[in-house]
Design a protein around this ligand. Structure first.
Ligand code: TYC
Length: 100
């Protein structure tokens, strides 16, 4: 073929793992400990013992990570926790933050 050669270059791989977000609960002086434990069990699928440990960590340190999710799931968790807190009259704050 006229001596021409074809070079197939490898493209840089395009797909990278999605940015992950940690969902964090913040401490406050008013939300009952029991409510926080129930929220962590229900929305973050933790057993009661783990949920209690996370709640106490938040109570002592001011905040604590309840789970790590894709952006969509993390933001849904924030909405669900915030709605449950408001419905029950508690000021509990839940936020998500990108990790790494
Ligand atoms: N500090 C609260 C209390 O003493 C308990 C609490 C824990 C509130 C964790 C919020 O994210 C929280 N009743």
């Amino acid at each position: 073929n006229g001596g021409e050669s074809v070079v197939l270059e490898r493209r840089p791989q395009k797909t990278k793992p999605p940015q992950m977000f940690q969902v964090v609960l913040l401490n406050d002086d008013y939300t009952p400990m029991e409510f926080v434990v129930e929220v962590i069990q229900e929305f973050f699928n933790k057993d009661r013992e783990t949920a209690t440990q996370i709640m106490l960590k938040i109570h002592l340190d001011g905040k604590g990570v309840c789970g790590v999710f894709s952006k969509d799931v993390a933001s849904t968790k924030v909405d669900q926790v915030t709605e449950a807190a408001r419905k029950n009259g508690h000021p509990l704050q839940c936020v998500c933050e990108p990790i790494e």
